[in-house]
Design a protein around this ligand. Structure first.
Ligand SMILES: Cc1ncc(COP(=O)(O)O)c(C=O)c1O
Length: 414
C-alpha cells in the first residue's frame, strides 16, 4: 500500500491510508519544507516595507537583496538583471511586450515563436497582432521540436523578437535553446525563452545559452504560487506592465511580496543544488512508466523520446476520453492531467497535441503524468499496474472502440 508519497506525513483529499500519488507537477508542485519554512519565517518576522528607510524596512530590503542574489547565481547573471513578478504569465507578458515595443520604435514588427508555446505567450502574441505586429509561429515536427535552422531561416531584417520555450509543459519536449540563442545573438535579435517548466529539471545558464530574457514561475519548482522571475539582460529594453512606485527599478510597481520572493529563491537554490540527482531519479521513474504504458495497445507516446524533460510522461490512448481517464485514476489515487492545467476546463483538444499531428479523436484521449523529487519507483509500479486496467475498462463501454474492434472504423494507432 502506498501512502501519500509526496508528503509523507499528510494525505491530500483522501482518507489517511488510501493511495495518493501526485503526478501533476507540471500544473504545480507542493512547496518544499525549506521554502515553506522561509515563507512563514518572513511572514512573521520580515513584515517591513523594503522601501521604508527605518531598520524594519531595511531588514525586508536585505531579504529582497539576498533573494535577488540567490536567483541571479542560479541563472548565472547579475542581480540587477532579475525582476520579480507575480509568476510565469506576467514574466512572459512583460518580456514579449517589451521586446516587441522596443522593436516597433525601430520599425521592426516581425516576431518569431512556435505553435506549441504556453497560452501566456500565444495570447500575448495575439494581442500584438492587433497592434500591427506580424507573428510567425514555427511549425514543430512530430516530436514537438523546432530546429535552430528553422529559426535561422525565419529571421528577417525586421525581426524584433524570437520567443521559444525551453521545455514544453504538455509533452515535455526540450528545445535547442542554446543554439537558437546563438543564432539570435549573431543576428542581433532579442531572444526570450519561457523556462517555466525547465527550472529545477534542466540547467539554466543565461550567459552560456545566449538568452536575453527568461521567465520562471515559483510554484513549478517547489516554491510558492503567485511569484515568478523575469530575467532581462542588461541593455535589453524593459517596459513596465504595472505603473506606480519605483519598485524593481521602476519596471514593476507594487510593494514586494517578500515571503513569496524569499521562499521562491530558497526553492530555486535547493532545486539547482540537487538537480542532477533529482533528474537521475526522475528519469529512471519516467522511463519505467513510459515502458509500462507503451505496452497498452493502440497508444502512443507524445513528445521526443530522448529530448524530453526528466519528469514528463505524456500518452494518447485511442478510443477513450482523457477526462474520464483522469477521474477514474483519481478514484484510484493517481492525480494526473489530460493536458495543461490552464486549459483543463476547456473541451477543445490541446493545441500542442494538434501541433504535433494528433487528430482530434486521438488528442482527446491524452494523459500527462509529471513527476517531482517526491515520486518513487514504487509509485511508478502502481501506475503501470493501474492505468492499463482503467484504459481497458473505459474502452469496454465506448461505442467508438466497439466500432474499431468490429472493423467498422479503422484503428489509428498501432
Ligand atoms: C510553460 C509555461 N509558461 C507559463 C506558465 C504560467 O505560469 P504561472 O502559472 O506562474 O503564471 C506555465 C504554467 O503552467 C507554463 O507551464
Amino acid at each position: 500500500m502506498i501512502y501519500c508519497m509526496y508528503y509523507p506525513t499528510k494525505t491530500v483529499g483522501k482518507k489517511r491510508g488510501t493511495v495518493m500519488i501526485y503526478t501533476d507537477n507540471a500544473a504545480t508542485t507542493p512547496i518544499s519544507p525549506s521554502a515553506a519554512q522561509t515563507f512563514t519565517k518572513c511572514l512573521n518576522e520580515v513584515y517591513g516595507n523594503p522601501s521604508s528607510l527605518h531598520s524594519i524596512g531595511q531588514k525586508a530590503a536585505e531579504v529582497l537583496f539576498e533573494a535577488r542574489q540567490t536567483v541571479a547565481q542560479c541563472l548565472n547573471c547579475q542581480p540587477r538583471e532579475i525582476y520579480f513578478t507575480s509568476g510565469g504569465s506576467e514574466a512572459d507578458n512583460q518580456a514579449i511586450r517589451s521586446a516587441a515595443h522596443a522593436g516597433k520604435k525601430k520599425g521592426k514588427l516581425h516576431i518569431i515563436s512556435t505553435s506549441v508555446e504556453h497560452h501566456a505567450v500565444l495570447h500575448t502574441l495575439d494581442r500584438l497582432k492587433d497592434e500591427g505586429f506580424e507573428v510567425q509561429l514555427l511549425e514543430v515536427g512530430e516530436t514537438g521540436l523546432v530546429t535552430p535552422q528553422q529559426v535561422a531561416d525565419a529571421i528577417r531584417e525586421d525581426t524584433c523578437l524570437v520567443s521559444v520555450m525551453y521545455a514544453n509543459n504538455e509533452i515535455g519536449t526540450v528545445m535547442p535553446i542554446a543554439e537558437i540563442g546563438e543564432i539570435c545573438r549573431a543576428r542581433g535579435v532579442t531572444f526570450h525563452t519561457d523556462a517555466v517548466q525547465a527550472a529545477g529539471h534542466l540547467h539554466i545558464d543565461v550567459s552560456k545559452q545566449n538568452i536575453d530574457m527568461l521567465s520562471l514561475s515559483g510554484h513549478k519548482f517547489h516554491g510558492p504560487k503567485g511569484v515568478g522571475v523575469l530575467y532581462a539582460r542588461k541593455g535589453v529594453a524593459l517596459e513596465s506592465l504595472i505603473d506606480g512606485g519605483a519598485q524593481e527599478r521602476g519596471k514593476r510597481a507594487g510593494t514586494e511580496n517578500i515571503p513569496a520572493i524569499a521562499a521562491m529563491a530558497q526553492a530555486l537554490k535547493e532545486a539547482c543544488s540537487e538537480m542532477d540527482e533529482v533528474a537521475r531519479q526522475e528519469t529512471a521513474i519516467r522511463d519505467r512508466i513510459i515502458q509500462g504504458l507503451s505496452e497498452i495497445p493502440h497508444s502512443i507516446l507524445n513528445g521526443d523520446r530522448d529530448k524530453r524533460l526528466p519528469n514528463n510522461v505524456s500518452f494518447c490512448f485511442e478510443g477513450i476520453e482523457g477526462e474520464s481517464l483522469l477521474l477514474m485514476l483519481d478514484e484510484k489515487g493517481i492525480c494526473g492531467s489530460s493536458g495543461s492545467a490552464c486549459t483543463s476546463g476547456s473541451l477543445d483538444p490541446s493545441h500542442v497535441l494538434l501541433a504535433i499531428g494528433r487528430i482530434h479523436e486521438i488528442a482527446h484521449g491524452s494523459l500527462r503524468l509529471s513527476l517531482s523529487k517526491y515520486n518513487t519507483m514504487e509509485e511508478a509500479e502502481y501506475i503501470i499496474k493501474t492505468v492499463p486496467g482503467v484504459v481497458e475498462y473505459l474502452r469496454s463501454f465506448s461505442p467508438l472502440w466497439k466500432d474499431k474492434v468490429s472493423g467498422k472504423n479503422p484503428f489509428i494507432l498501432k
